[in-house]
Design a protein around this ligand. Sequence first.
Ligand SMILES: NC(=O)c1ccc[n+]([C@@H]2O[C@H](COP(=O)([O-])OP(=O)(O)OC[C@H]3O[C@@H](n4cnc5c(N)ncnc54)[C@H](O)[C@@H]3O)[C@@H](O)[C@H]2O)c1
Length: 320
Amino acid sequence: MRPTPEDATRVTCVGAGVIGGGWVAHFLARGYDVTAWDPAPDAEEKLRRLVDAAWPALIRLGLADGAARDRLTVAPTLEDACAQAHFVQESAPEKLELKRDLLARLDAAAPEGVVIASSTSGYPMTEMQTGAENPGRLLVGHPFNPPYLIPLVEVVGGERTEADAVAWASRFYEVAGKSVITMDRELPGFIANRLQEALWREALHMVANGEATVEEIDDSITEGPGLRWAFMGPCLTFALAGGEGGMAHMLDHFGPSLKSPWTRLEAPELDRALYDGMVEGCERAANGRSIADLVAERDQGVIDILRATGRLPGRREERK
Ligand SMILES: NC(=O)c1ccc[n+]([C@@H]2O[C@H](COP(=O)([O-])OP(=O)(O)OC[C@H]3O[C@@H](n4cnc5c(N)ncnc54)[C@H](O)[C@@H]3O)[C@@H](O)[C@H]2O)c1
């Protein structure tokens, strides 16, 4: 049976790569018992390595009472993993057929009523829930990398998802220390990926045309608007660009320039030259730092920003 969101203590994570492993680290740090399952032969070793690498950051962030890495169990089968679950988070590869079949299997294996969320970056649940016997409990819980540090989860159901399941998941994620946006309709890319995609497309165009380097593009955000976006979104930020007249003045002033051909809404061709340009550009930008170095740097940066803006886990309720 479905416990209340406050009483849920056992989380099952299916698919334990970058995102599934990140979810495992998050739920462990928030004091849950976590069971994972992933079909890859080396999955357990990789998962434990990911959790170990994340743990120092999670200690700095502040662990929940009782949180411990040894509360992670890796199950031998999907059915074992789901048998005692209070909540299931699916983070398997982004392939529609695979997700459809997997969600049907999870639905068959999870206890009655237990909510099952998919981490999908873009598939609507309406298209993924078609094979399941109980589609009402299937929904999207879209995280951001790494789920153990970035608070946002976008929650949205499909056409056959029950409203109760959406409400349960939104509350559950909040109790588990996440910031939740509950969407009332399916939207390609949800909200944040739709915005990120526009920026990403422009970046690829500029690299493809030799207009800017990877380093210049990254600096333009980290030394510029990115600093504001960590605590104030693009709309309120632009309202301040209107001075005392706020958004109305901003729109009167800059509205006409929206029609100028700044953006290139069609995606560029991802040919070999652009591919190599991006990969080599990122290597230059990394300047000798390994992926593990960059992960540690990113984690510390996010923690510093969360701390500086009063958003450490457990402080959110005080802020409201
Ligand atoms: N990487 C990101 O930044 C990001 C962000 C948000 C959401 N997502 C979404 O999260 C999901 C996982 O992405 P990822 O980046 O972690 O990929 P990944 O390749 O790192 O991990 C996928 C894992 O799923 C496992 N897997 C393969 N077949 C499976 C099956 N049938 N059942 C269960 N597990 C299986 C793989 O062994 C692997 O460990 C995708 O839906 C993706 O769109 C990714």
